[in-house]
Write a protein of this length. Structure first.
Length: 375
């Protein structure tokens, strides 16, 4: 990591809140949000971060947040579909300034409750799982993250991300199984694919037409062939399409081995409690560990988007909204590329964008496999 220049149009030394709020406003314009909505959401971002929003960026990160490589407690993402404006989301860690993981979780829980009071939604599903994910002495790399899908009108959709290893990594599977059982998905756990861990469980809260429970599974050394067999959806995506996305996003040709650095992730979304099958499947590729620089990652993202009939130019505009640096001058601005399938909907491509408030990962010199076409 190298320290980043604290510029981006802000005079003097910016604060964490001013820096990330500015990124959100500019991304809002890319996503077609009104200035009023973008301003509202920027204030929600700083309010939810709390006191650390006023922390100058010439100080170190408030904590070593697991949310990003440079420990910025904020990440953005844009989700794309054909012939539609992209959906802008922001993921943040409300308790990032806490002095312990337990305190982090308490602050995060109160932040979610504050959002629930503001937008009049229930925290019941989260409260039902509190002992599983927010115990008195939690373990693991995170306690609670909050994601906001920033819709026109100034009222977002809200998600929370929880840590299945909170009561110990060896109990992660049991924790996920019990959480699904409490939420009514009693047959869901048996239908998940094999992996080497469960890094996140996510809940939709508030105004969702079909609230989801999402289980993330980690896959070390994932190959294209293995990725193509991960979906458990009924009438879900075929293996060839998933394998093609894998190869295009990771830049791995057919003669290359799997993801030997940062692992791939699969996500399985459950909405129907009457069946054990998920209604959604997403494959996440950590492109930042398989590209020399963000110019390569951008080209791969644009190639995937064009393959799925999307306006690929939007991704480049989104990067320019986040940073003034050239894509070739670092790697990690695009953290993940993901392909999402949801029942009865067209596929979505999502790009996860790092704020880089504190540092930029320098480009790597070693050769990486050439990108391949999407099948």
């Amino acid at each position: 990591m190298t320290a980043r220049a604290t510029g981006d149009g802000l005079r003097g030394t910016p604060t964490l809140g001013a820096f990330t709020g500015g990124q959100l406003r500019r991304l809002g314009a890319v996503a077609g949000l009104s200035e009023a909505d973008a301003e509202t959401y920027a204030r929600v971002l700083t309010d939810t971060l709390g006191a650390v929003a006023e922390r100058p960026l010439n100080l170190p990160p408030p904590t070593r947040s697991f949310l990003s490589d440079d420990h910025t407690p904020v990440e953005f993402s844009l989700s794309f579909q054909p012939d539609a404006a992209p959906a802008l989301r922001v993921l943040l860690e409300p308790g990032c300034g806490a002095d312990s993981l337990a305190h982090n979780g308490r602050v995060g829980l109160e932040a979610i409750r504050a959002l629930a009071r503001r937008w009049h939604f229930s925290t019941g599903p989260l409260d039902d799982l509190r002992d599983l994910f927010l115990p008195p002495a939690p373990q693991g790399p995170l306690a609670l993250w909050c994601a906001l899908e920033l819709r026109p009108g100034g009222v977002p959709k809200v998600k929370v991300y929880l840590n299945p290893a909170a009561n110990g990594a060896d109990r992660s599977a049991a924790t996920v199984r019990e959480a699904l059982h409490r939420l009514g998905h009693r047959r869901a756990f048996a239908g998940l694919p094999q992996g080497v861990g469960y890094p996140f469980l996510a809940l939709d809260l508030g105004d969702w037409s079909e609230p989801r429970v999402k289980v993330y599974v980690r896959h070390d050394n994932l190959t294209a062939g293995q990725a193509g067999r991960l979906s458990r959806m009924e009438a879900g995506p075929g293996p060839a399409g998933i394998e093609g996305f894998y190869r295009a996003a990771a830049g791995l040709g057919p003669d290359m081995t799997g993801l030997s650095r940062r692992p791939g992730l699969s996500c399985h979304s459950f909405t129907d409690t009457a069946t054990g099958r998920p209604s959604g499947f997403t494959l996440h590729i950590p492109v930042r560990d398989y590209a020399r620089h963000d110019g390569e990652a951008l080209a791969r993202g644009e190639r995937v988007m064009r393959h799925h009939g999307m306006d690929a130019s939007v991704l480049g505009r989104a990067l320019a909204a986040v940073t003034e640096r050239r894509p070739q001058d670092g790697v990690g601005l695009i953290a993940y590329l993901a392909l999402a399938h949801q029942q009865d909907r067209p596929p979505r491509v999502t790009a996860y964008l790092s704020s880089e408030a504190y540092a930029v990962r320098p480009p790597v010199a070693q050769a990486v496999p050439h990108p391949v076409a999407v099948r």
